[in-house]
Design a protein around this ligand. Sequence first.
Ligand code: PLZ
Length: 444
Amino acid sequence: MPLPPLDQTRYLATALPGSRSLELMRRKQAAVSAGVGTTMPVFAARANGGIVEDVDGNRFIDLGSGIAVTTVGSSAPRVVDAVNRQVEAFTHTCFMVTPYEGYVAVAEQLARVTPGDHEKRTALFNSGSEAVENAVKIARAYTGRDAVVAFDHAYHGRTNLTMAMTAKTMPYKSGFGPFAGEVYRAPMSYPFRDADEIDGKLAAERAIAMIEAQVGADQVAALVIEPVQGEGGFIVPAPGFLAALAEWCTANGALFVADEVQTGFGRTGTWFAVDHDGVVPDLLVSAKGIAGGLPLSAVTGRAEIMDSVHTGGLGGTYGGNPLACAAALAVIDTIEADGLLERARQLGETLVGRLRRLQQSDPRIGDVRGRGAMVAAEFVDPATGKPDGALAKAVAAYAHARGVITLTCGTWGNVIRFLPPLSISDELLDEALTIVAEGLEQAR
Ligand code: PLZ
């Protein structure tokens, strides 16, 4: 029997957390590693549209999409149907043992929607971190070089190699070393914190100078960069920065790898965030929004690079699982049939518009930035411009207590990010932003 529709309204049925969530939290503490934290103290029961309902019947407005995953919604009808049909047919055979069409079809669709009209190939994996690791493997195999360059504020994952590539120590790296070698860090373009005269071109020159002096141009297998940094604070680099880096890569035989795990699949109002910069990466890593919540990730790239790896060199038991592939095909269908790229741009305009108006009367909002439905406000001490992490935390806590799921991010934890599912209604987004604004007022 299908579930009744989930009411698209914010509603607090109990004090937060309610008794069922409290009980589940007690069980979590007794059974789940303390190393796994939660943003909210409530347990989910259902989610759809712009709402997450908890086990006590409280309904939250979702501004997080499970960290940029449920772009088409948490139970988008086409995804639910496709997965149901696939689960009845078969759940797994292992693509490396008995291949199936869904995997190939996802690779074909990725060749179509990723930037560039060159010949492409794809390999599928399970998580963003795993795909980033594989992009590095492929880049090293193709170039015969070792060095990987990542950037300040970068986030690439929690596995050993991707921890090395991630910038922030707490909570991601502290105590978990030693880390993988041959990973170097270059300065990022961060327009809000860079001096005014540092435009995209100069920021790229600064990064390239460091790479050439400290790594050596002929040692670099890959530059790996998030075209808009996610966990690092929704940092949109200055125009021209990515293009200049990509050009340098081409001139120096290094690969330009776009980590589009958080920015990809329509989130920014284009299929991929590099589309805004007119940059065509050699390899593009996607995950999160690709499969509507089922675990799937991909490396897509130039055929000659992707095919340079020996047969059997890439894979994994679950990579490109048939349920996840069915979901991904339904996600792509949904984005196109429902005009969700356009919807992401509209939501972004609403978000940026409201936040900029707030900023005009509140100098603690130092910067409002983003692309499409990936928007953030960076909080500062107006007197010094220093990051104000306590304020971001207070505003997020205020929103949580009133039934709005918000996430923070940033190297200093002073950024609130807005990542609504593209299935959210204008009314819910508006209501959620009103609550965030109240939270700011209350924190004066
Ligand atoms: N690359 C750009 O954003 C995941 C991580 C949250 P996985 N970001 C959310 C957390 O605290 O673990 C991410 C990303 C970018 C890679 C990853 C890693 O993707 O699917 O979490 O492995």
